[in-house]
Design a protein. Structure first.
Length: 517
């Protein structure tokens, strides 16, 4: 596997001569297939650097192994055989093929460290051969190997239901789907037969939790929900991913691929589904999705659209995260199986169904648009909605300070029909943010928020100002703010965590706004 460092120029990178542009990670034994699956893992050990997750699905007599490689700034090659304090190994169980799918899971248990999600799609449960299993491994700072057969308090197992379901064949961190502040996960079981639809496929959302009790998908209850494939043979769940907040309700949404679906009778053109986040445990039927999400139809027979996909971040700079979908067998320009990828822009009110039209090969913009937004950290967020720059303060102890900016896509909490927030404050933008941080002894930071045109509740953007509340109650304190209507941003100096709204201020003396027009 190769890590390539970010850079500003467009010079090609030769993996054979990577040099200071990154580093190589070498597998151990012939046939291990390390790098069969890879993922960013987040900050697993709490040192402030992003870590890496590498699956070696054939290692250990097909038990599979997964390696966490801690982030580092040098370019020295990493040998997984001598990883030492540079990370840790996660050992699978014989024949399970753990590590066939891996993903960063986010902070599932709420301890401040990034957790890991590992699929073992050939695991059996009792007489249910190849029901599949997925495992959440909690983040940790030490380098002691983890044995998935004896996970203990180091995480929890998620066990599939029926023989042949192959749950864990695809896995992904999902973001906070139910809005409880913990990261959730999504697991594909592409061999599932919901409602007797043979091989329609199933996907399961499992909500985050702090304990290590095993999860049985057969009795998931309010611990998550099932997404049922719409038609027999679709193999939905062959690919799953978190999609970001596509519909702007403050909950993370989901992306499910049905790679063998036949939209419009086009054999195996493939489909992808965006399923909106929710907090209840009711199943979602992709065959009757309604207002719970929307479908993306593949173009040509045999394209197998939806074999891969991901949330793409804010590609077009409109403040909404976008979606990218792969069609690995499509034939652009008559080049057989050259493959295509589609970037689908986001809107706050997507249609329930659309056909992907634009093709990445010729640079045409997508002709159908959809919607996403999200939250932030100690830098510009992936969706560009919030930025915090601390001018002072310190990290807590030996750990890097963390920060969470949570975006709420509504005018305020506890809205009354005419009185505004708690009857004392009327917002000017239908969104607000909550800042939480472990940074110590700070008293000065720059906060920049970005709003959408669709969120504006007043006509004059120059009158906007940031308003602060410690606990979403009185007093609501207006802050001197600078507004830039050209990029829909507003900036203020802040001195403590809490809730930050955008209200309507006064223009005299230029205290609350600068006119950029």
């Amino acid at each position: 596997s190769y890590v390539v460092f970010g850079k500003a120029d467009n010079a090609p990178v030769d993996l054979a001569n990577l040099g200071s542009d990154g580093f190589r990670i070498d597998g151990i034994d012939a046939g291990d297939r390390s790098g069969n699956s890879v993922s960013g893992a987040g900050d697993v050990n709490g040192d402030g650097l992003a870590d890496l997750l590498i699956g070696a699905t054939n290692a250990g007599d097909n038990a599979g192994e997964t390696y966490v490689v801690f982030g580092k700034s040098d370019s020295a090659t990493v040998d997984l055989a001598t990883l030492g304090s540079g990370g840790f190994r996660i050992d699978g169980v014989g024949g399970d093929r753990s590590g066939s799918a891996v993903s960063g899971a986010g902070d599932v248990n709420g301890d401040g460290l990034a957790d890991l999600l590992i699929g073992a799609f050939l695991a059996s449960s009792g007489n249910n051969v190849e029901a599949g299993q997925s495992l959440v491994v909690f983040g940790k700072a030490d380098s002691v190997a983890v044995d998935l057969a004896n996970l203990g308090t180091g995480g929890f197992t998620i066990t599939g239901i029926d023989g042949g379901d192959r749950s864990g064949g695809s896995v992904s961190g999902a973001g906070d789907v139910n809005g409880d502040g913990l990261a959730d996960v999504i697991i594909g079981a592409y061999g599932g037969d919901p409602r007797d639809r043979g091989n329609a496929g199933e996907s399961y959302v499992v909500f985050g939790k702090a304990d290590s009790a095993p999860v049985a998908l057969a009795t998931l209850g309010q611990g998550g929900f099932l997404i049922e494939g719409g038609r027999g043979g679709d193999f939905s769940g062959r690919f799953v991913a978190g999609a970001g907040d596509v519909n702007g309700d403050g909950l993370a949404d989901l992306l499910v691929g049905a790679t063998l679906a036949d939209p419009g009778g086009r054999n195996q053109a493939g489909e992808s589904y965006v399923v909106f986040g929710k907090s209840d445990g009711a199943s979602v039927d992709l065959g009757n999705l309604g207002a719970r999400g929307f479908r993306l139809n593949g173009i040509d027979a045999g394209d197998q659209t939806g074999r891969t996909g991901a949330s793409a971040g804010d590609v077009n700079g409109d403040g909404l995260a976008d979606v990218i979908i792969g069609a690995h067998l499509s034939d652009p320009g008559g080049n057989e199986s050259a493959g295509e990828s589609y970037v689908v822009f986001s809107t706050a009110a997507p249609p329930q169904t659309a056909t992907v039209r634009a093709r990445s090969a010729n640079g045409n913009p997508p002709q159908t648009a959809f919607g996403v937004s999200g939250s932030g950290s100690n830098h510009s967020t992936p969706d560009g909605r919030a930025f915090v720059n601390f001018a002072n303060g310190a990290d807590p102890g030996s750990s890097a300070s963390s920060e969470t900016m949570t975006l709420f896509r509504s005018p305020c909490l506890n809205v009354e029909a005419t009185a505004g927030c708690r009857g004392v404050f009327v917002p000017a933008v239908a969104a607000f943010w909550r800042l939480q941080t472990t940074r110590e002894n700070w008293s000065n930071a720059e906060l920049r928020l970005r709003y959408l045109d669709s969120e504006l509740l007043i006509d004059n953007e120059n009158r906007l100002q940031i308003v602060f509340s410690v606990d979403n109650a009185e007093p609501f304190i207006p802050l001197p703010s600078i507004v830039n209507p050209n990029d829909n941003s507003i900036t203020a100096l802040i001195s403590e965590p809490g809730f930050y709204y955008i209200g309507e201020g006064e223009l005299p003396d230029g205290i609350f706004a600068n006119d950029f027009e």
